[in-house]
Design a protein around this ligand. Structure first.
Ligand code: HEM
Ligand code: HEM
Length: 200
């Protein structure tokens, strides 16, 4: 679609900055690798740890970016009240693009959920002691062995929640493409997104 063919009020804008885009795709690689290595990797989990540390670095970047980064990516920019969220929810089944200039209210909730789950996952990982004398998180010594067991249990359980939310995340993006005719992936690659302003 050339810009001349865009529906009235819709413009093409640079929404996702390079930092956010690199963050996202690096996160996909590192979370994917940490997950796969955790479940199916070698018994000695050094590589799993390294990808886990990379996720920690990415999350620190994202939190800083959420406070001081460009407007669309700042947390304050996508905290929506219940009215806006409910109004958006009622349009979710419409077979037309949202043209939202950033994360829409539902997407925003899922972003917070994914980030919170990942913070929980890496935090518990640091305290894991899998009782095999090999795969010991660097902070495991600060907890009792009961605490280590709890951290291990929570780390293993939260891994399933991460799998579920990532599947939901990808399904939602597929839904936008197939049902609403809105491609959200290309903007996460190029930064440019079709948007309609004056949403509250
Ligand atoms: C391990 C897998 C994944 C994780 C952990 C993940 C995580 C995230 C997070 C945290 C965001 C919010 C971006 C931000 O504000 O920082 C996001 C947005 C996004 N992700 Fe993913 N993602 C994953 C896989 C994918 C895949 C495979 C795709 C492509 C099919 C994808 C496409 C997108 C898109 C298009 C957005 C922007 C959504 C919007 O317009 O609001 N993600 N993802
Ligand atoms: C987002 C990052 C991470 C993901 C997605 C992840 C995922 C996983 C998964 C899927 C497992 C296997 C669970 C099972 O067998 O049921 C696992 C185990 C483990 N993870 Fe992580 N992990 C992450 C970060 C970390 C970090 C930062 C550390 C420590 C530095 C860590 C330490 C461990 C250890 C020691 C185990 C073995 C637990 C056991 O044998 O029961 N993980 N992780």
């Amino acid at each position: 679609m050339t810009d001349a063919d865009l529906p009235q009020g819709v413009t093409r804008e640079k929404i996702w900055d390079i930092g956010t885009r690199l963050f996202h795709w690096a996160l996909v690689i590192c979370v994917g690798a940490a997950w796969g290595l955790g479940k199916f990797g070698p018994n000695i989990m050094t590589l799993h740890f390294y990808f886990g540390y990379a996720v920690i670095a990415l999350l620190i970047f994202r939190v800083v970016w959420g406070l001081v980064g460009p407007a669309p990516i700042r947390f304050s920019h996508f905290i929506y009240g219940p009215r806006t969220t409910l109004r958006y929810l009622s349009t979710l089944r419409d077979r037309k693009p949202s043209y939202w200039p950033g994360h829409n209210p539902m997407g925003a909730l899922s972003v917070f959920a994914i980030l919170a789950l990942l913070i929980f996952q890496v935090s518990t990982g640091l305290f894991v002691d899998a009782d095999d004398y090999i795969n010991v998180g660097p902070l495991a010594g600060y907890l009792s062995s009961e605490g280590n067991r709890t951290a291990t249990f929570l780390h293993n359980r939260a891994a399933l929640a991460i799998l579920a939310i990532v599947i939901l995340h990808i399904a939602a993006i597929g839904y936008y493409k197939r049902v609403k005719g809105e491609n959200l992936v290309t903007p996460m690659i190029t930064g440019w997104k079709l948007v309609r302003r004056n949403k509250d």
